[in-house]
Ligand binder design. Structure first.
Ligand code: PFF
Length: 454
């Protein structure tokens, strides 16, 4: 079994954690939710969710991970031996494993679109909706792209914490932030940028229903990678001098800024071409935007090509850094719990993901009518179970665990780095209050909503 290492620097800690948070959820899901949920009003609710719910939960996961320096399953086993809380450790490991299976399918699509953009092929697609349907519904091509992104992720994880996760984050995250800056300039210089911004920022309070507020919460948790075992696993590699609250604050800030900027990039571009209300989910990124790029290709080919290449590269980088963080919890679990070597553990996780990912990938084609579980396709089933059931359930359990069960001395010790940082007593009490009461109730709300009870 390999010797446990830590991240080598505070920058590495922030970039790796931000890499986990910044993903397809920011660039793909957030802008659509803003459009549907009342523009600026949604953004405000979202920011409140990040601050009041996301941040405390992120810190709670950091406390568990850094205090134990163990994989998620063994962390709970150490903190609450022979109790039901141990289940949460396993939920973390398996939720991330499940997520990787379908996340890699969409990551594969982004690679395909990047290749098409690079070759200029995107400019010649006449019907982007039919093109996307034909590609995602095919058998071998989407499978091959999924396998390639899984392999990329595999090659990072197999190198371990410092040479793999940390080094790749230090390379990919600055590149990602630079691409966002370039795309912002491009998008703002497009002719319809004003309408796009109005669409995004017009606060439409009438759309702020309870269901939209619950969606904002769900989006905040998914985007911050909460309750999936990966923040806890990453924190187990944090050094003792890393400041947990500051790190969580930086990660949440980067994640939120990237999400809002993604909206600022996409909507001006979309509205420059035509005043459409963009499709939800995959439609926006894989159907509406290719259409926008094609028109841009037609008018100024080089600009269209550049915009498309940069955009899909951004999406791929975001997806890859998140995939790496989703791969690590099950890998760390196999290494430490079963005393496997890193290469063997990494290979097992990758192989299972490829097998299950194949079912998810074919859910758009050959297996579209195969719905053995709750009438859902494999893709929808894994999405439903992990993001809609385990995520809110896990968040609630973590919150209750740290709020009620964990020794206050451990909490204070971790927040103050064993007394070396001053944190006022009221701030600790407010943190514990949120974990004990506020967050479990909010998570309960999401849970009930996702199950369709309200
Ligand atoms: N936060 C990532 C995103 O916004 O796309 C997704 C994600 C990463 C989910 C890591 C779960 C996870 F463990």
């Amino acid at each position: 079994m390999e010797k446990r290492t830590n991240f080598s620097s505070k920058l590495g800690i922030v970039l790796a954690s931000a890499g986990s948070a910044v993903g397809l959820g920011n660039v793909w899901r957030f802008p659509t939710e803003v459009g549907e949920g009342g523009g600026a009003a949604f953004i405000l609710v979202y920011i409140l969710c990040v601050v009041l719910l996301g941040l405390p939960l992120m810190v709670a996961e950091f406390i568990i991970g850094r205090h134990t320096h163990k994989n998620t399953a063994d962390a709970y086993r150490q903190l609450a031996p022979r109790s039901g809380w141990i289940a949460q450790g396993y939920i973390g490991v398996f939720t991330s494993w499940f997520i990787l299976c379908y996340y890699s399918v969409v990551a594969g699509w982004t690679l395909k679109y990047l290749v098409e953009a690079l070759s200029g092929g995107l400019g010649s697609i006449s019907d982007s909706a039919a093109y996307f349907k034909a590609f995602s519904g095919a058998t071998w091509e989407p499978l091959a792209y999924m396998a390639i992104v899984m392999l990329m992720c595999h090659l990072v994880i197999i190198r371990g914490v410092q040479a793999g996760i940390e080094r790749s984050s230090k390379l990919m995250m600055p590149l990602l932030l630079m691409i966002i800056a370039v795309l912002l300039v491009f998008s703002f210089s497009m002719p319809g940028s004003r309408e796009g911004l109005t669409f995004l920022l017009k606060p439409d309070l009438s759309k702020l229903t309870s269901s939209v507020i619950l969606s904002a919460m769900g989006q905040a948790f998914f985007s911050l990678s909460i309750a999936m075992g990966c923040l806890c696993t990453y924190a187990s590699y944090f050094t003792d001098d890393a400041r947990l609250v500051k790190t969580a604050g930086s990660v949440a800030l980067i994640d939120t800024v990237v999400a809002v900027m993604a909206g600022f990039i996409m909507f001006p571009a979309v509205f420059s071409v035509e005043a459409v209300t963009p499709d939800a989910g995959p439609g926006l990124v894989f159907i509406t935007l290719p259409h926008v790029f094609r028109i841009a290709f037609g008018s100024v080919p080089l600009v269209g090509w550049f915009f498309a290449v940069m955009f899909y590269l951004l999406l791929l980088l975001a997806a890859l850094t998140s995939m790496v963080s989703i791969h690590e919890p099950p890998t760390a679990f196999l290494i430490e719990h079963f005393r496997l070597s890193r290469p063997v553990a990494t290979t097992i996780v990758t192989a299972v993901c490829l097998a299950v990912g194949t079912l998810c990938c074919l859910s758009f084609g050959a297996l579209a009518d195969c719905r053995p579980l709750f009438g859902l396709t494999f893709f929808d089933f894994f999405d439903f179970v992990s993001a809609k059931i385990f995520l809110p359930l896990g968040g609630m359990i973590i919150s209750l665990f740290v709020g009620w069960r964990l020794d206050r001395k451990i909490i204070v010790g971790q927040l103050t780095n064993a007394g070396t940082i001053r944190i006022p007593a009221w701030a600790v009490s407010a943190f514990v209050f949120l974990l004990r009461w506020f967050i479990p109730l909010a998570m309960g709300g999401i849970f009930v909503k996702e199950l369709g009870i309200i």
